[in-house]
Design a protein around this ligand. Structure first.
Ligand code: NDP
Ligand code: 2IT
Length: 444
């Protein structure tokens, strides 16, 4: 049995109840087979693959908090410090009712690879809780964040582990988390990213993942001589990644005709009005159905099925496994020629395989969504310098960053005789950097 298969089997036996984690590991390991075969002796001697699938540390903690009616709730929370071979731990925090250890381990594993692609000194981590922020008051969210930080503050820090946002955690939550961290440690350490721009946050961090995804889409089009201008585009989700992906891709000339939330989707033939969307989602925290109530001609459809809308470019920016094989078939059948992932692992494995065989341009999330963590890295750099960069500086660096990632991913695919296979290129390029560092640092 090959080394890759041995470790895949071992992981499946160890963690049979972690389907998302095993899905992420399998996808990456299928791609890196040629690298592992070429370095098998060294990797086996250093147990590189066994160590690669095992988080270096997992903190598990209950979060006890009181709602506005003084009822006490206990949520479960975790922080996973997955791999520190190339830098201190870095990765988002997710608050969503579905959060469990499997989901956070898959996200942590993806972070290790994504952060490697950035070329920055960032190890991989992830954390979060099964707390559901929907329908909670500001004060309830604040008390939850404070209780979460009471348990976590000892284990994070600017040189140790630096959490930021993800689903359910944006500027408001990071503000409350940072406020509590500061109170508990009596320091202004830059232990969190995504902070407000008047207390250490980087300009452009809010937009970074979405803008980065749009820049990556542009790179993919350019590489095959296609124009973005006038391309009908569908973006799933309506959170921070989706909103800024839609805004930037429209600025680059495409037309976004549909977006969704977990209740349903809207179709606006004229192109989504981003300011209306921001007002509804960011300011009012309301449902996307409101958009159709406010914008003449827009149509709301409850439930799933946004992928049935005809488009040339599809940017999934909501959550994992939102796109099934059938949805992928519909997209290709309708003439979609490019799919780039703003979300982490939004496609089921069969959908990924189908897209690859159908020959459309496909960029996995670990590359296409790396703009967010890149600007988190820039935030850490600005904090360390005690400086602020302008929005234009950050945006220019982000554009260079996405081009750098695209070129490395495309180059790695070519090096291994898989030209145009960006999934293989991303996994190979990311893994090589981490594995080399692990070998160089010896056993630990
Ligand atoms: P937000 O919480 O801001 O938005 C999430 C969006 O996805 C909401 O519109 C939400 O709808 C929707 N959504 C969540 N779950 C589902 C579901 N089961 N079905 C349909 N829609 C759903 O999160 P982000 O925009 O930050 O994150 C979106 C994705 O991008 C995630 O996969 C995240 O891991 C990834 N990502 C985030 C980065 C960041 O910097 N924030 C960086 C890189 C990747 P509703 O409001 O109804 O729940
Ligand atoms: O999945 C991700 O890349 C994030 N949630 C952002 C991580 C970060 O540290 O900014």
């Amino acid at each position: 049995m090959s080394y890759v298969d041995e470790v895949l089997e071992m992981a499946a036996q160890r963690d049979p109840n972690e389907p998302e984690f095993l899905q992420a590991v399998k996808e990456a390991f299928e791609s890196i087979r040629p690298v592992v075969d070429a370095n098998e002796k060294v990797y086996r001697e250093n147990a590189i693959l066994e160590r690669f699938v095992e988080p270096e540390r997992i903190y598990t903690f209950p979060v006890t908090w009181e709602d506005d009616a003084h009822k006490v709730h206990v949520n479960r929370a975790w922080r996973i410090q997955f791999n520190s071979a190339i830098g201190s731990y870095k990765g988002g925090t997710r608050f969503h009712k579905t959060v469990n250890l499997s989901i956070l381990k898959f996200l942590g594993f993806e972070m290790v690879l994504k952060n490697s692609l950035t070329g920055l000194p960032l190890g991989g981590g992830k954390g979060g809780s099964d707390f559901d922020p929907h329908g909670k008051s500001d004060r309830e969210v604040m008390r939850f964040c404070q209780a979460y930080m009471n348990a976590l503050y000892r284990y994070i820090g600017p040189e140790m582990d630096c959490p930021s946002g993800d689903i359910g955690v944006g500027g408001r939550e990071i503000g409350y988390l940072f406020g509590q961290y500061k109170k508990l440690t009596s320091s202004f350490d830059a232990a969190l990213c995504g902070k407000g721009v008047n207390f250490g946050g980087s300009l452009g961090r809010t937009e970074a993942t979405g803008y980065g995804l749009a820049y990556m889409t542009d790179e993919m089009c350019k590489a095959c001589g296609k124009e973005l201008t006038g391309r009908t585009t569908v973006v799933t989700g309506s959170g921070s990644v989706a909103i800024y992906a839609a805004q930037k891709i429209q600025q680059l000339g495409a037309k976004v005709v549909a977006m969704c939330d977990s209740n349903g989707y809207i179709y606006d033939e004229k192109g989504i009005d981003i300011e209306v969307m921001r007002q509804i989602k960011e300011t009012e925290r309301a449902r996307i159905s409101e958009y159709a109530a406010r914008v003449p001609g827009a149509v709301y459809t409850p439930g799933k099925g946004i992928w049935n809308i005809k488009c040339e470019i599809f940017l999934p920016c909501a959550t994992q496994n939102e796109i099934s094989l059938d949805a992928a078939k519909t997209l290709v059948g309708n003439g979609c020629f490019l799919l780039a992932e703003g979300a982490n692992m939004p496609l089921e494995p069969e959908a990924v395989r189908y897209l690859q065989n159908s020959g459309i341009l496909y960029m996995p999330g670990k590359a296409a969504s790396a703009g967010g963590v890149s600007v988190s890295g820039f935030e850490q750099a600005q904090n360390a310098q005690r400086m602020y960069w302008t929005f234009e500086e950050v945006d220019a660096k982000l554009q260079r960053q996405m081009a750098f990632i695209f070129n490395n991913v495309a180059g790695a695919a070519k090096r291994y005789g898989k030209e145009g296979n960006y999934l293989a290129g991303a996994n190979i390029c990311a893994f090589e950097r981490v594995a080399q560092a692990m070998v160089a640092q010896g056993l630990y």
